[in-house]
Design a protein around this ligand. Structure first.
Ligand code: NAD
Length: 397
């Protein structure tokens, strides 16, 4: 297949591009490199030394003999160029990663809120309307998030996107309905992912677009089989307080013997998936495309759930470091349960990598290896969810 990977220079997009290229697909990366600019804005860098995207593609050609083409394009701001590019390339499938993806960054200031909404909603909508206009029947696979469901504990498993409900009509008859699971986003970033869902629903029903939305958990780990083939193919690893996801932050904190910073009681339960399983799930989703006229196909792309303080304890035990409990900069429930259905991918043959088997390897082979690149002042999370909370945020343990 000819596959466009939008956001293919990012943490999930790069290993996905290599994985699909290795399977023999003709892969084209589209990216505006905004993520690299945001590193410059924040004064941080990936823990792992990343080459330019052009250099990464050159090394891949050398290692694998396969070509990946890079196209510099802003999905949110360059609608006409996007349309023209699609009309020329006519991809069979499109993987859409190209959004601003950090909840803390989206809550940093009003400017960051506006940027995140403009970028994410326009990127998704421009893509959808361009597909209709160019009459390209590509299978669109979007990376959404488990965060759209919210983390309220109802004591029931979160289904894969849809909720079966029964309503009573005016004649008093019971009628079955399947509706999108009510969204309860916990940040402006998660809110944009909730809006994406409505855009997909509309274009699937109105124009017969074929869309799969993957509600992904927090991705951990760094390398995949393909990024490990050459030092210069290494994946990015965000460790800073805005972009570093909870587990990756604990790993580097352990590597530099910085107390593991747990927000609040650490009673938040979250869903996780290893980056190698992310790329495998995308392959599986591509092989299971919906038909025109079908509703949006939704998978929960996660493999296990953990409570944040249990994770901290596990890593503190492995690495022999302290835990520091800090006031929570987020507005969220102090404790929550999380039960998630992931039957879709399990039925398609996913065989997940478990946290307890891969964690130590990450600490030793990535976090400790590149520890000299860590700037300790960027480790704490300083973005606060409200102005009141901002007054209570503690930056250092
Ligand atoms: P990332 O920031 O590393 O990568 C996103 C890429 O998209 C970047 O290279 C960026 O430059 C590009 N991009 C952003 N806006 C663009 C635009 N307007 N035009 C063109 N390119 C643009 O993020 P990631 O961690 O790889 O996440 C990829 C997707 O997966 C995101 O949509 C994210 O919401 C979703 N996701 C990620 C995680 C995670 O833990 N990393 C968890 C759940 C969902």
């Amino acid at each position: 297949m000819r596959i466009a990977v939008l956001g293919g220079d990012g943490f999930c997009g790069w290993p996905t591009s290599l994985h699909l290229s290795n399977l023999g697909h003709d892969v084209h990366i589209v990216d505006n490199l905004s993520r690299r600019w945001i590193d410059t804005e924040l004064g941080v860098q990936s823990l792992t030394p990343m080459d330019s995207i052009q250099e990464r593609c050159r090394i891949w050609r050398q290692v694998s003999g396969n070509e990946i083409e890079f196209h510099l394009l802003d999905l949110a701001k360059e609608y006409q160029r996007l349309k023209q590019w699609l009309a020329e390339m006519r991809p069979d499938a499109i993987i859409h990663f190209a959004e601003q993806r950090a909840a803390p960054y989206s809550m940093k200031s009003d400017r960051h809120k506006v940027y995140t909404v403009d970028n994410n909603v326009n990127a998704t909508h421009n893509l959808l309307t361009a597909l209709v206009e160019t009459e390209i029947d590509a299978h669109l696979v979007h990376l959404g998030t488990m965060g759209v469901y919210g983390y309220s504990s109802v004591g029931a498993a979160i289904p894969e996107g849809y909720l079966d409900v029964e309503i009573t009509n005016l004649e008093g008859e019971k009628k079955g309905l399947d509706i999108l699971y009510p969204t309860k986003p916990g940040s402006v970033y998660h809110m944009t992912k909730s809006l994406d869902q409505i855009l997909f629903q509309f274009y699937a029903q109105n124009d017969g677009l074929r869309v799969t939305d993957l509600h992904q958990g927090i991705v951990w780990g760094t390398n995949t089989d393909q990024t490990a083939r050459h030092e210069q193919l290494i994946n990015r690893f965000d460790y800073d307080g805005d972009y570093g996801t909870v587990l990756n932050r604990f790993l580097i904190q352990a590597a530099i013997k910085y107390p593991l910073t747990v927000h609040g009681t650490g009673g938040q339960t979250r869903a996780f998936i290893h980056i190698q399983d992310t790329v495998r799930c995308i392959e599986l989703a591509l092989g299971d495309a919906p038909e025109a006229g079908d509703r949006v196909k939704i998978f929960n792309q996660m493999t296990e759930t953990h409570r944040v303080r249990d994770l901290a304890e596990m890593i503190a035990r492995m690495a022999g470091c302290e835990i520091a409990f800090l006031p929570n900069p987020r507005k969220e429930a102090a404790e929550n349960e999380l039960i998630v259905k992931n039957d879709g991918f399990m039925a398609l043959g996913l065989d997940p990598i478990k946290l307890e088997t891969g964690l130590l390897d990450e600490i030793v082979h990535v976090a400790e290896k590149y520890a000299h690149r860590i700037d300790r002042k960027h480790v704490p999370c300083v973005s606060a969810w409200t102005k009141d909370i901002a007054k209570r945020v503690v930056h250092d343990p």
